[in-house]
Design a binder for this molecule. Structure first.
Ligand SMILES: [Zn+2]
Ligand SMILES: [Zn+2]
Length: 260
């Protein structure tokens, strides 16, 4: 089932990538603005804030309904489920830029990392014991492929038949494809320069607060709540912050979250 999940989601992702030239050929300013808005939501909120900074590192405290909603959207958007994502990401922190890092550009290659093929790397369930306690995450992880295929086919059928192909590409397929390619490229490749995690504010338009990736690896590990972190500011606005992870008590972060 696990292999089926990974193969089916990566096939949909490759199909969406193949349609990028069609979308660009028919592009209008309205299409571009809508796709940018959706890209921000999928890249910064779903991948950055939820999968990375909550599912992997628990740096804020989303209510249970929001955990379920964002994990469902993440599976719809081919970004993975909280268990699988956290397992691979915690492995990335433990073995950063070594041969055991699931997406080290130095050891696995730029194409392998950018195309998301690293999601086929083996996961160690020991590292996600906390996430395995939530039955909803187990179910959504188990049925990830079926859920993603069903949702994407249904959405395509509805939008294609009502608004046409370009609208389906604008509001869904293009932002989904770009949120995977660009986050992989800018965070996992460009911000792991010469075998080391680095900061680079120039990649903010694509990676948002993840542009401070070197700081994230070496600590203090926390949300920023500043101008570089729009989704972190939303967390602050809604009162979902978690104050415990300041630099002083960074040792309270479990070992597998830290870069040696
Ligand atoms: Zn991380
Ligand atoms: Zn990293």
């Amino acid at each position: 089932m696990d292999r089926f999940n990974r193969i089916s989601t990566i096939i949909i992702f490759f199909i969406y990538c193949a349609f990028l030239p069609v979308w660009i050929y028919n592009l209008t300013w309205v299409n571009a603005l809508l796709a940018v808005g959706m890209y921000w939501f999928l890249a910064d909120v779903v991948q950055g804030l939820f999968l990375h900074r909550w599912a992997s590192h628990e740096l804020w405290s989303p209510p249970s309904w929001l955990q379920k909603a964002l994990s469902t959207i993440s599976v719809f958007a081919l970004s993975g489920n909280p268990i699988g994502y956290a397992a691979l990401h915690r492995q990335h922190h433990k073995y950063t830029d070594t041969e055991n890092d699931p997406h080290s550009p130095k050891h696995k290659g730029v194409w392998y990392v950018t195309s998301s093929l690293w999601r086929f790397e083996k996961i160690d369930p020991k590292r996600v014991a906390d996430r395995l306690r939530v039955p909803y995450f187990i179910s959504i992880g188990k049925w990830e492929g079926i859920i993603a295929i069903t949702f994407n086919l249904l959405l395509f059928a509805i939008v294609y038949n009502t608004l046409g192909l370009q609208w389906f590409l604008t509001v869904w397929a293009t932002p989904v494809a770009l949120s995977i390619i660009l986050i992989n490229f800018f965070v996992n490749v460009a911000l792991h320069k010469k075998g080391k995690p680095v900061d680079n504010k120039l990649v903010w338009p694509f990676a948002f607060s993840e542009c401070l990736h070197g700081t994230h690896h070496y600590g203090p590990m926390k949300l920023n709540y500043n101008m570089w972190d729009p989704s972190g500011r939303l967390v602050s606005l809604f009162g979902w912050t978690k104050e415990s992870l300041s630099y002083k008590d960074a040792t309270s972060v479990p070992k597998y979250h830290r870069t040696p």
